[in-house]
Write a protein of this length. Structure first.
Length: 500
């Protein structure tokens, strides 16, 4: 555990003495084919520094050109967040020493963002709705990536650092909330619910793959505490680049307990950025947090204002999909499940996965059963979110289809799904490679049945005496002999027939 975890206040005591105030900044990498201001590709996972050009590495004389698709995506995000779209917005230079931004400034938006004054209603675990007010959604470019070699992988203790500029210039939209007050003990839950709802919305808009594990969606969590009798916000900290839904909740909880301990001990909160440590759920100090004045914003001289027409904005408004929560209400009615069941599905992140599995051909009942039982257990044991499991809804539907066709038993199907999760390939290929298909040849089954009956004469007498349940022992032996590849129901039929 880090040194930062040395002093923490009990959570109930924190709530008794303080009111938390949150501000959430979510950075979403847009799923455009090229970067924000040049034609370099944005594909994830390319060899370092192979997706760069004079513009995105800041060579003198190179000039940026705005990506129209990125503007379209930003407007659609703003509209979906109930924002006003500014008729004329400008880009600005945000000046700061970025070790992984070769220009040493970032092209962003400052006082004239493209979208502003919106809101997002999010559902909490008990079904209540919390409205999160949105201050702004603005466009900017991403920085490159620093790789710290040696030590723990962080800059502290590293032997040296390497820079990969492939990500530099990738289009971003930063979505900033207004201060979230009044959440009290539910502040961490509200934070997680907001980021979850925002991720679902962005995915439905098809503007990003929202892969938090790959950095496509990152959350900076600002937090301060107010004493119960205070009238002004306290000093805030900003926990940077939290990259999972669970971690957002943990980071907010930890900062509440840490700050409360500092304040009750007579200390002062330092306005700073903080690093979140996935290993133990703690935060540690980063750098002192700058103010807007420190960044010396000024209009980007090489880019004209962004001036979308009213007609284009209205046209983009017609392209918005059915919102995720509206679709869930419709699906709930179609499936005929209760509010409580639907809330549970939402809370474990299973709804969209189930819908996609049904769209791929599975029944709603089978899809629900797989995602909330076996696959949920797999996600828990592997320490990942359900949506981050390396198995697609289409692959799950294929496994379900193999069971429905009688080619796999449920136990064999779980073996196949596990193999998919372990990266062994597609379900049907795994079945073929491992020879897992259910044995349909009665003559082959009869041989195993005869052997099991011969080894258990006492069980045979019980069956013949009318104790049908005793056949379970014979069925079990046959299933073991056939490595689970027999159909238990068919084996039972053959066993009872043989004992007549």
């Amino acid at each position: 555990m880090t040194a930062a975890a040395a002093e923490l206040m009990d959570y109930d005591q924190v709530i008794a003495e303080f009111d938390p105030v949150m501000g959430l900044e979510v950075h979403v990498e847009l799923g455009t084919a090229t970067k924000m201001f040049c034609g370099c590709p944005t594909a994830f996972g390319a060899d370092p520094n192979t997706q760069v050009c004079p513009v995105c590495i800041g060579l003198p004389g190179s000039l940026p050109v705005v990506n129209q698709k990125a503007i379209e995506y930003a407007i659609r995000i703003g509209l979906a967040l109930n924002c006003s779209i500014r008729p004329s917005s400008v880009f600005a230079r945000k000046n700061y020493f970025y070790p992984d931004q070769p220009k040493n400034y970032q092209i962003s938006q400052y006082d004239e963002p493209i979208a502003f004054d919106g809101y997002l209603d999010v559902q909490l675990t008990d079904g209540t709705t919390w409205r999160v007010d949105i201050e702004r959604a603005h466009m900017e470019e991403d920085t490159g990536k620093s790789l710290h070699i040696g030590g723990s992988g962080r800059i502290q203790g590293a032997d040296h650092s390497l820079l990969d500029y492939n990500r530099a210039g990738v289009p971003l939209v930063e979505i900033v909330t207004k201060p979230i007050v009044g959440a009290g003990e539910r502040a961490p839950e509200v934070a997680r619910a907001y980021v979850t709802a925002l991720r679902d919305l962005l995915k439905a808009l098809e503007v990003s793959d929202v892969r938090m594990d790959q950095g496509s969606l990152r959350c900076d969590a600002n937090l301060s505490l107010m004493a119960k009798d205070a009238t002004e916000f306290g000093t805030r900290t900003e926990t940077k680049n939290v990259n999972s839904l669970k971690s957002v909740e943990i980071a907010v909880t930890y900062e509440m307990r840490r700050q409360a301990a500092v304040l009750t001990a007579g200390g002062e909160i330092v306005q700073e950025t903080r690093h979140f440590h996935e290993t133990d759920g703690t935060t540690s100090a980063g750098r002192r947090k700058e103010t807007a004045e420190d960044y010396r914003y000024f209009p980007e001289p090489d880019l004209p204002p962004v001036q979308p027409s009213e007609e284009w904005i209205a046209e983009l408004g017609t392209t918005l999909p059915e919102l995720p929560w509206v679709r869930r209400a419709r699906i709930q009615e179609e499936w005929g499940v209760s509010d409580e069941v639907m809330r549970d599905l939402v809370n474990v992140g299973a709804v969209d996965l189930i819908i996609a599995t049904v769209d791929a051909g599975a029944s709603p009942e089978a899809a629900r059963g797989w995602w909330v039982s076996f696959l949920a257990q797999q996600a828990n044991s592997r320490g990942v979110e359900l949506a981050d499991l390396p198995i697609s809804p289409a692959q799950v539907a294929t496994v379900i289809g193999l069971v429905d066709e009688g080619k796999l038993t449920t136990k064999l199907a779980q073996q196949v799904a596990t193999a998919v999760l372990d990266g062994e390939g597609e379900p049907e290929q795994i079945v073929a490679d491992r020879g897992l298909e259910v044995v349909r040849d009665d003559s082959a089954l009869q041989k195993a049945i005869d052997e099991a009956l011969a080894n258990n004469p006492d069980i045979v007498e019980k069956i013949r005496g009318g104790k049908v349940k005793a056949a379970g022992k014979i069925v079990g032996d046959v299933m073991k002999a056939t490595r689970g590849q027999a159909d238990p129901a068919r084996v039972q039929e053959l066993v009872l027939a043989a004992c007549q």
